[in-house]
Ligand binder design. Structure first.
Ligand code: TXA
Ligand code: MG
Length: 317
């Protein structure tokens, strides 16, 4: 186990119910002891997150995860192949999980993060950790420690700096049973999940996702991952508009390089684009422009997760 003084302090903070900024391979999380309802409620307060939006519980390994969730055969198979990794499973909850974590649902979301500091923290404090992305509610997810400090520095006892996140978009949230359904596209592709399960995997549309969460108003969460600057999607073949910030995929058809241009991957590599999309959005947002225009990427593989975030940043849910 890593023996850093910050890790020891962070584990001690978790044990007394405080919040910790925790790196994962996807995005940084705002972590608290998942079995301590009062600590979990502090997460909602710090983020300004509505209580009806349940949290993911982070565990050290699959056996640990099965102490909070009941696995099914599909869940065991995916866990054996994909954990640690960017896959969250929505499974029947066990009674030790407080209502604060699941927003009262009878299911709980669990995953094993693929980051040495996250795993070391879980082991050092000996608790499963509830952690949403460490951003203010509705804003852009953090992919480095500085992003966490900016928005939530005052709310955390410690931020563990694990460098930039390798994957860059959040985990894929999958309800494996009765038939596999992706509730949120993310860092593990639908194609890969279908290959592992050797069956069809559906992607829930927005209304189905809202139904799942028993949201009071389905429209409420439409604007998510949003910069403060208005953002709209680029219509196909539309010339890049002057005066706006541009978020381009390969940048191949840019007329010229202006001052506020972000290219996600010059090589057209979707993994590279996913790793850079949130930081690129933040830089454009910081440039104080009247508008950001973002180009969608191809919808296959990780493109589904990137486009989901861009559509939500544009308020299109
Ligand atoms: O990569 C990630 O998943 C990051 C890192 C920190 O692990 N976490 C993250 O958490 O993105 P958050 O809270 O921003 O997103 C959790 C998602 C939400 O869309 C929530 O509605 C869904 O998981 N979720 C949690 N519990 C659920 C449940 N019981 N049923 C259905 N969806 C659930
Ligand atoms: Mg989030």
């Amino acid at each position: 186990m890593l023996k850093l003084p910050e890790l020891t302090r962070a584990a001690a903070a978790i044990r007394v119910g405080a919040l910790v900024g925790m790196p994962t391979e996807t995005v940084y999380g705002l972590a608290a002891d998942a079995l301590d309802a009062a600590a979990v409620l502090r997460i909602f307060t710090a983020k300004g997150r509505p209580r009806f939006d349940p949290l993911i519980v982070h565990c050290a390994d699959a056996e640990h995860a099965w102490t909070v969730a009941e696995p099914s055969p599909r869940a065991r198979r995916l866990a054996a192949t994909c954990w640690p990794g960017p896959l969250t499973l929505v499974l029947p909850r066990r009674p030790i999980v407080p209502d604060a974590v699941t927003s009262g649902l009878d299911s709980v979301a669990v995953r094993v993060p693929d980051h040495p500091l996250a795993l070391a923290l879980i082991r050092a404090c000996g608790r499963p950790l509830a952690a949403p992305s460490a951003n203010l509610f509705g804003r852009i997810s953090p992919t480095c420690a500085a992003h966490v400090r900016e928005q939530l520095g005052d709310a955390v006892a410690e931020i563990l700096d694990g460098g930039p996140c390798r994957v860059g978009v959040e985990s894929t949230v999958l309800r494996p049973d009765p038939t596999p359904l992706i509730l949120r596209p993310g860092g593990l592709t639908r194609e890969r999940i279908a290959e592992i399960l050797d069956e069809r995997v559906d992607l829930a549309d927005r209304s189905v996702r809202a139904e799942h969460l028993a949201l009071p108003a389905p429209g409420l969460l439409a604007s998510h991952y949003a910069p403060r600057t208005p953002l709209r999607l680029r219509r196909s073949l539309e010339p890049w508009p002057d005066g706006a910030g541009w978020l381009a995929f390969t940048g191949r058809d840019l007329p010229r390089i202006g001052t506020a241009v972000e290219i996600l991957s010059a090589d057209g590599d979707l993994a590279e684009a996913a790793a850079s999309v949130f930081a690129a959005l933040r830089r454009l947002d910081a440039a104080n422009l009247p508008l950001i225009v973002a180009e969608l990427v191809p919808e296959s593989g990780l493109g589904a997760a990137i486009n989901d975030r861009l559509r939500r940043a544009a308020g299109l849910g």
